[in-house]
Design a binder for this molecule. Structure first.
Ligand code: PEP
Ligand code: MN
Length: 337
């Protein structure tokens, strides 16, 4: 349930209502809107007497939230959430492109890619140091050395870095290097990990599981939110279907749907959703056209030699051309890039 406070209500009234809710054994999340303050009630499973709360000073009305996700829902937080990290704003009018290699492979590979994507207009550098691979015999990432290289690339280019964290125990280590913590598709329902990043002092990119529904994605975001971290960006990265010409099937309608249901920013991963570099451009333009707040794109200086995901990686020149082609699409939907 949410409590909508009256326009211009006092802090004392908000504090009173919050205290009463907590006395009843529930938790409180306050969202200050332009006109109304909304108090979200995280219940304890017992029914709450809303009439009693409605009688309190400063309360306009109470509204039940029927969906299972509460803090992630737009009912609780009507305005768009904007996530800011080191000068980069995700979810505002400017689109954010995160780009870089699937995996950090070497100093030269990463630095060359970082310089190229920055030059082309990317605002965040991506690169995996811990890689969730289907086969235990595939390259598993450089681990902490990869994190150090990412920090070096940030130092040189000024680009904030995003990298995947795969286990709760690794959250402190990855947090010391990364600006944004990435939760991969395979870990979307790793609740211990969601709990750990919920307590971390970093924004989280939460990728949709390849076999997860939109509601499950939002429930995963709810875990992070309920542990205190509200700096979450959702990512549609394709789901598994019967189609085999693409690696996954991009659920393009997930973008406007997530934006209707939730206040969290939504970005699209055209690389993992298609698995083919030739499809990355058209799919990126479609994502921007349907209202995505950004993209995360794999770029490699020599895709044919990549240790992972070469087939879907763009060469730097192709990435630069894609960025140019995105600008008119962004403009057409009232965004900048
Ligand atoms: C990635 O972005 O590096 C990745 C492994 O993607 P996903 O978790 O979406 O498969
Ligand atoms: Mn990859």
């Amino acid at each position: 349930m949410i409590v909508v406070m009256k326009k211009g209500t006092t802090r004392a009234h908000i504090a009173n209502v919050s205290a009463r809710i907590e006395q009843l054994g529930c938790r409180v999340h306050i969202s200050e809107g332009e006109e109304h303050t909304i108090i979200g009630i995280i219940g304890n499973g017992r029914p709450l007497d809303c009439e009693q709360i409605e009688r309190m000073d400063g309360v306009e009305r109470t509204v039940p939230i029927l969906r299972p996700f509460k803090l992630a829902s737009r009912d609780f937080h009507p305005r768009d959430t904007v996530v800011t990290i080191n000068g980069v704003t995700i979810g505002g009018s400017q689109l954010v492109v995160m780009a870089g290699p699937c995996a950090v492979e070497s100093h030269d590979q990463l630095l060359e890619t970082a310089r190229a994507v920055k030059e082309a207009g990317a605002q965040v550098l991506r690169g995996g140091a811990f890689k969730p691979r289907t086969s235990p015999y595939s390259f598993q990432g450089l681990g902490e050395k990869g994190l150090r290289l990412l920090a070096e690339a940030r130092e040189e280019t000024g680009l904030p870095v995003i990298t995947e964290v795969m286990e709760p125990q690794m959250v402190p280590l990855v947090t010391t290097y990364a600006d944004i913590l990435q939760i991969g598709a395979r870990n979307m329902q790793n609740y211990a990990l969601l709990h750990a990043v919920g307590e971390a002092q970093r924004p989280v990119l939460l990728k949709r599981g390849m076999m997860s529904t939109i509601e499950e994605l939002l429930m995963a975001a709810e875990y992070i939110l309920s542990h205190g971290n509200d700096r979450i960006v959702l990512c549609e990265r394709g789901i598994r279907t019967f189609e085999s010409y693409t690696r996954n099937t991009l659920d393009i309608s997930a973008v406007p749907l997530l934006k209707q249901l939730s206040h969290l920013p939504v970005i699209v991963d055209p690389s993992h959703s298609t698995g083919k570099w030739e499809l990355v451009g058209p799919v990126s333009r479609a994502a921007v056209a349907v209202g995505a707040d950004g993209l995360i794109i794999e770029v490699h200086p020599h895709p044919e030699e990549a240790l992972s995901d070469g087939a879907q990686s763009l060469k730097p020149a192709r990435f630069a051309a894609l960025m140019r082609s995105l600008r008119p699409v962004a403009e057409a939907v009232g965004r900048t890039l």
